[in-house]
Ligand binder design. Structure first.
Ligand code: NAD
Ligand code: UGA
Length: 342
């Protein structure tokens, strides 16, 4: 069922930034924390933010699904810092912006330790909001299209409240992110914190873990290893795939814009899993087989973002089509799997 949410403005002014920000020891104009910055999207966000010499970037990550390898070109850089930190514990530092990404994203990994996943989403987000409140930082949460569950409205606008199973095996993630969104708005209304919420739709690109378990990385790795592509039944379920550079551009625009969100950020090009498998086969390895395998419970049957709001409010829309993005990811996977192109 669709429902329209009212714009929920805060009644309080935002807290003032720490006086330390004006101290002579502060060399950058903007000190930015990225929780989960050693992961797939986070490390691309680091690359983009480090291009600006006025930015100082701090990554806090527990390396559950991320790695130092993703950030190796920045380690030792004077404007970059990497901290081994679990967001379920408080973090005391001085920053102006917080991109809060920390959370395993692949279903295999978030279902591996569901209690930890929900703690990461709830306690982790509370800790990041507490930090934002203490230092007067603006905070962006990377929420997910999974807040729409198995959607009954298609494509999904931000006003749709979703169709989520609260006790299913995916709930640690999708209900966890829903609570994280609630916490963001409660801190905004109660304490005047400046918040931004992105609802990210399936994103792919170089640096995804090879055995991450998500569909695009699975298919590319399988095609390169000469293994059959595993389409989970029925294969007619759809997803909309966004290339990572478009995603990073959308996240930065959202952070620096005036709208709290939530705003859908994703590519509206929609494909069935059979169509995706056929495209990967055609582009990477035409001799490969496609085989149907069992699916997991509560797999959403369709997913496509309505991005009217992102276009209007952020002036953002994705540029990279699936057929352009897949070869860029293939190149990276070839290098890491050591499979040269013939
Ligand atoms: N990639 C997508 O398609 C997608 C879609 C929707 C939402 N998102 C969201 O975007 C964010 C990044 O996703 P990603 O694809 O880069 O995933 P990823 O798994 O590559 O990155 C997540 C990062 O968070 C870190 N992490 C996990 N738990 C942590 C904890 N308790 N403390 C500190 N660090 C922790 C991991 O080690 C990893 O570096 C996540 O919040 C995810 O929910 C991603
Ligand atoms: O974009 C989102 O909001 C969410 O999307 C994904 O969740 P999901 O769409 O289930 O991602 P995949 O595991 O890549 O599955 C996509 C589809 O591919 C299918 N699949 C997966 C793997 C595979 O080998 N074969 C296959 O057919 C699945 O059944 C599913 O229908 C992400 O993993 C979440 O982190 C993210 O929040």
């Amino acid at each position: 069922m669709a429902a329209t949410s009212e714009k929920q403005n805060s009644t309080k002014p935002p807290p003032s930034p720490s006086p330390l920000r004006n101290s002579k020891f502060c060399q950058s104009n903007m000190r930015i924390l990225i929780s989960g910055g050693a992961g797939f999207i986070g490390s691309h966000l680091v690359d983009k933010l480090m291009e600006n010499e006025k930015n100082e970037v701090i990554v806090a990550d527990n390396y559950f699904t991320g790695s130092k390898e993703n950030l190796k070109k920045w380690i030792g850089h004077p404007r970059f810092e990497l901290i081994r930190h679990d967001v379920t514990e408080p973090l005391l530092i001085e920053v102006d912006r917080i991109y809060h990404l920390a959370c395993p994203a692949s279903p295999i990994f978030y279902k591996y330790n569901p209690v930890k996943t929900i703690k990461t989403n709830v306690i982790g987000t509370l800790n990041m909001l507490g930090l934002a409140k203490r230092v007067g930082a603006r905070i962006l949460l990377t929420s997910t299209s999974e807040v729409y569950g198995d959607p009954l409205i298609h494509p999904q606008p931000e006003s749709y409240w979703g169709n989520v199973n609260p006790i299913g095996v995916r709930s640690c993630y999708d209900e966890g992110k829903r609570v994280a969104e609630t916490l963001m708005f409660d801190y905004h209304r109660q304490h005047g914190i400046e918040i931004r919420i992105a609802r990210i739709f399936n994103t792919y690109g170089p640096r995804m873990n090879i055995d991450d378990g998500r569909v695009v990385s699975n298919f590319i790795a399988q095609a390169l290893r000469g293994e059959a592509l595993t389409v989970q039944k029925p294969g007619t379920q759809t997803r909309s795939f966004c290339y990572v550079s478009d995603m990073v551009d959308g996240l930065i625009r959202l952070m620096e814009g005036d709208d709290t969100g939530p705003i859908n950020i994703g590519n509206p090009g929609e494909f069935t899993m059979v169509e995706l498998a056929e495209t990967v086969k055609e582009l990477i390895n035409p001799s490969i087989e496609i085989k149907m395998v069992e699916n997991t419970p509560d797999d959403p049957r369709q997913r496509k973002p309505d991005i009217s709001k992102a276009k209007e409010v952020l002036g953002w829309e994705p540029k990279v089509k699936l057929r352009e993005g897949l070869p860029l990811m293939e190149e990276d996977f070839r290098l890491r799997l050591n499979v040269p192109k013939n």
